[in-house]
Design a protein around this ligand. Structure first.
Ligand code: FAD
Ligand code: MLT
Ligand code: ZN
Length: 454
């Protein structure tokens, strides 16, 4: 019996069968994706993860991998299937090892279930920092962030999650373990399986431990919210600031509707209300206070209509809350259709300009709220009240993005939400190779079925 085998591996208290105990693991953060599982299992080590997978493989029972469950494309919750084919949800949140920070290599080995906030605090306690940051930092796990190749607010400075990976340990569906945690700066011995797992969305193997790169801690920060005419001006301003400010560590794009909604949700005022058609939130970091440099750069940039420059940590946090609070503010008024896309930087203004008509042509009652990561031309498109037109709106928006030579997923992954449209961003030859790789790792297709590859 599978349940007995699972109890033997992780202990009875870590095999949740009761529907009430499973429920919170069966619906995603947005509330859009929900499904059925037969059990939720909480292993505490690589060996236990391998044991759970081997038992499920033996029983040919699918497995859905779940970390912090902050994913936004439905990849970490089960699909709505009949009870007899319901998967096991494998929860990684007990994999919480925090290894010693190496000052010489500036690396650390951690469990895949460690949250971003815990990792960052651990690195800072050792006088270093972690290069990736995002709004779900208190719940998102590093394993989930590697599996989705998460981006966040500091990509302009340190890159996405894939770039932070110096080594991976993972369990395969048949229970075998691959482990390369030495963090060698140079290693040319064939296929880099670890990096293949970055962006694999739990479809190839379960990441159990990671060797991660750390960065210099830059304690001093300056933050400003800038009003500009439109998206094209925002892109021009970015080029100016990049040239003027080597310490530029964030450049986020906001618009009036999202800021107003978030300000209402937070009970604060909207800065620069009615100034221009777009807003750029910038942050400059350094070991010395970068405020003066930021002020000089803003004074020199002709795209700046007006700006609010934070003069204290509290003011910096207030400006950031207006950007980071948009996800929750949008979800507070309904279940959004969330489309995370990117286009070449010089096509971003065209995307923003053409979106409203594309969506209104399908659902005139739909409400659009967007914001994003300016430097990567990564737009987060939130459609409220898409009604029965979710698929048609998704199709039209993703086709527009593909027409602009963009990607249907910039940082959130493909998940279940966009698997049917993968062909808009990857060629049939690429998808064939991806399917062959999937079969090599998971011949019975038991890991996260329906995620990434439809
Ligand atoms: P989960 O949701 O649990 O899983 C995500 C995917 O990874 C699933 O397919 C799952 O099966 C797989 N997975 C999880 N753990 C493992 C593992 N150990 N091994 C193999 N596969 C695994 N994302 C960004 O990129 N940038 C942002 O700025 C950002 N901001 C966010 C803000 C908010 C408020 C929220 C709610 C989400 C945000 N996200 C952002 C999305 C989300 O936080 C990321 O996708 C994150 O990487 C998910 O981590 P998780 O541990 O919650 O993963
Ligand atoms: C963000 O940048 O805030 C996130 O990626 C979340 C979202 O898209 O809502
Ligand atoms: Zn984002």
């Amino acid at each position: 019996m599978l349940v007995d085998a699972l109890r033997t591996v992780v202990g009875s208290e870590h095999v949740l069968l009761d529907a009430d105990l499973r429920a919170s693991h069966e619906t995603d953060w947005t509330g859009r994706f929900t499904g059925t599982s037969c059990a939720v299992v909480r292993p505490a080590s690589t060996a236990e993860v391998a044991g759970v997978l081997a038992a499920c493989c033996e029983a040919r029972v699918p497995v859905v991998v779940q970390g912090g469950k902050t994913g936004l494309v439905g990849g970490s919750v089960p699909a709505p299937v009949k009870a007899e084919s319901a998967p096991v949800v494998l929860l990684t949140t007990r994999l919480t090892e925090l290894g010693q920070v190496s000052q010489t290599s500036r690396q650390v080995t951690v469990g895949a279930g460690v949250t971003l906030a815990a990792l960052t605090a651990h690195a800072r306690a050792a006088g270093l920092d972690f290069g990736v940051d995002l709004g779900a930092r208190d719940s998102a796990t590093v394993g989930g962030m590697v599996a989705t190749n998460a981006g966040g607010i500091r990509v302009i400075r340190h890159g996405s999650m894939r770039e932070q990976v110096a080594g991976v340990e993972a369990a395969l569906m048949d229970g075998r373990v691959i482990s390369r945690l030495d963090g060698l700066a140079k290693d040319s011995t064939g296929y880099d399986i670890g990096h293949l797992l970055a962006g694999s969305e739990g479809t190839l193997a379960v990441i159990t431990r990671l060797r991660l790169r750390l960065v210099t801690a830059e304690a001093e920060r300056a933050v400003a919210m800038i009003g500009v005419q439109d998206t094209a001006s925002a892109v021009e301003l970015l080029a100016e600031l990049r040239a003027a400010l080597p310490g530029l560590s964030a450049a986020e794009l906001c618009f009036g509707p999202g800021l107003a909604l978030t300000a209402t949700n937070l009970g604060v005022g909207v800065p620069l209300e009615g100034v221009g058609g777009a807003y750029v939130l910038v942050e400059v970091a350094g070991e010395a206070d970068p405020l003066e440099d930021l002020l000089v750069a803003l004074a020199a940039a002709e795209q700046v209509l007006d700006a609010t420059v934070a003069s204290s940590a509290a003011e910096r946090a207030r400006l950031w809350a207006l950007r980071e609070g948009q996800t929750e503010a949008i979800s507070s008024i309904g279940v959004p259709l969330k489309l995370d896309v990117s286009v070449p930087l010089d096509r971003l203004a065209e995307l923003v300009d053409r979106l409203p008509a594309v969506v209104a042509a399908i659902e005139p009652a739909a409400e659009l709220v967007f914001f994003g990561h300016l430097a990567e031309a990564n737009l987060h498109i939130n459609v409220l009240r898409a009604g029965d037109h979710v698929e048609a709106v998704t199709e039209a928006v993703l086709a527009l993005v593909a027409g602009l030579r963009g990607s249907i997923s910039s940082e959130h992954g493909v998940g279940r939400a966009k698997a049917a449209w993968l062909g808009l961003s990857r060629s049939s030859a690429e998808i064939d190779v991806m399917r062959s790789i999937k079969t090599a790792f998971d011949p019975f297709g038991l890991l996260n079925p329906g995620v990434l590859l439809s």
